[in-house]
Design a protein around this ligand. Structure first.
Ligand SMILES: [Zn+2]
Length: 328
């Protein structure tokens, strides 16, 4: 049909028709109704981007709900609820996302942290399905790099039944973290509430204790990935600088929990921070560095895919997610 002034006007008039008009209402249900059985499923949780020549894939492991009451040690519940409201988040519980990273550097696969495996909240444990949907196979992973020894970062290494999930991978852990958590005397002296964390570390690493490689700070762990000490959250908590060509990414691990609370309020302490004062100093230093260098950052606990930039705002900072890019 030739385009004339009349057809343009007609299509404009159609576009201005309210969307609930009778003609559209007929087609709307089939266009928007989910297919049977697929209605509650989201698209697979992986997202790729490049840092120089290195391809990074964020893999989502679902989320866990955490009650707000008592979550921030040094803020009133009403202040925390206010921050949640400003971020359009629920007033009673915080959805905490889990995002691991896969680095593909010339065909060598490095995984940074492993998610909850089959040990986490029922809303987590999505990691393997998303990893496979991204086209990966656990047997292909060459190296697993662990940032710290909390369960949501290490439990994906080993199933509940004892099976090693990455049979061909070298496992690399921060030396300081190993020294702290594998110390039996320290475990025996630990308060009852912390003993489970020590036992969880032994469950995962015990069978491979002789093969685990311990890495030091300010050294390359794998090509392009340098470990940077970020103590406080745990004694050996580690962040990374990933560099390739002109590309740079600050991998922030658990420097903050949800950005809406702890990037906005870097002096707030989440209950998970083992040394609150040290964690706060580390957080301020790293967020300040990211903001002044305009560096791209990746957070383990930011909303998926957990990568963006840090802007200074007031006495704190603001996390600005990257725009979704259909090209890698
Ligand atoms: Zn964590």
């Amino acid at each position: 049909m030739p385009i004339t002034r009349r057809t343009i006007l007609a299509s404009t008039a159609l576009a201005a028709t309210p969307i609930v008009g009778p003609a559209l209402a007929q087609t709307a249900p089939s266009a928007t109704a989910p297919a049977q059985g697929a209605g509650s499923r989201q698209a697979p949780g992986f997202y790729r981007y490049k840092v120089g020549d290195i391809e990074v894939t964020a893999i989502n492991d679902g989320f866990a709900q955490r009650p707000l009451e008592g979550f921030v040690r040094n803020a009133e519940l009403s202040q925390v609820q206010q921050a949640m409201q400003e971020a359009f988040l629920p007033g009673n519980a915080l959805p905490i996302t889990f995002n691991t990273l896969v680095l593909n550097n010339g065909g060598r696969l490095t995984l940074i942290d492993t998610g909850n495996g089959d040990m986490g909240a029922p809303t987590s444990g999505r990691w393997m399905a998303n990893f496979r949907a991204a086209g990966f196979d656990p047997a292909q992973v060459n190296t697993v790099v662990i940032s710290h020894f909390h369960g949501d970062h290490i439990n994906g290494l080993r199933l509940k039944d004892g099976t090693a999930v990455f049979p061909n991978a070298e496992v690399m852990v921060p030396s300081a973290e190993w020294t702290f958590w594998m110390d039996d005397a320290r475990m025996n002296q630990a308060p009852e509430g912390m003993k489970g964390a020590f036992q969880g570390v032994r469950r995962v690493f015990g069978p491979i204790a002789n093969n685990v490689k311990r890495y030091e700070m300010d050294k390359e762990v794998v090509p392009g990935l340098t470990a940077v000490a970020a103590p406080g959250h745990t004694p050996g908590h580690t962040v990374y600088m990933l560099s390739s060509g002109n590309g740079k990414l600050m991998i922030m691990s658990d420097t903050t929990n949800h950005p809406a609370l702890f990037v906005r309020n870097p002096d707030w302490s989440a209950v998970f921070d083992m040394d609150a004062d040290q964690a706060r100093a580390t957080r301020r230093r790293l967020l300040d560095m990211a903001a002044s260098e305009r560096a791209q950052v990746a957070f383990y606990h930011a909303p998926f895919p957990g990568t963006g930039h840090i802007a200074k705002e007031g006495n704190g900072f603001r996390f600005v997610p990257v725009q979704w890019n259909p090209a890698v």
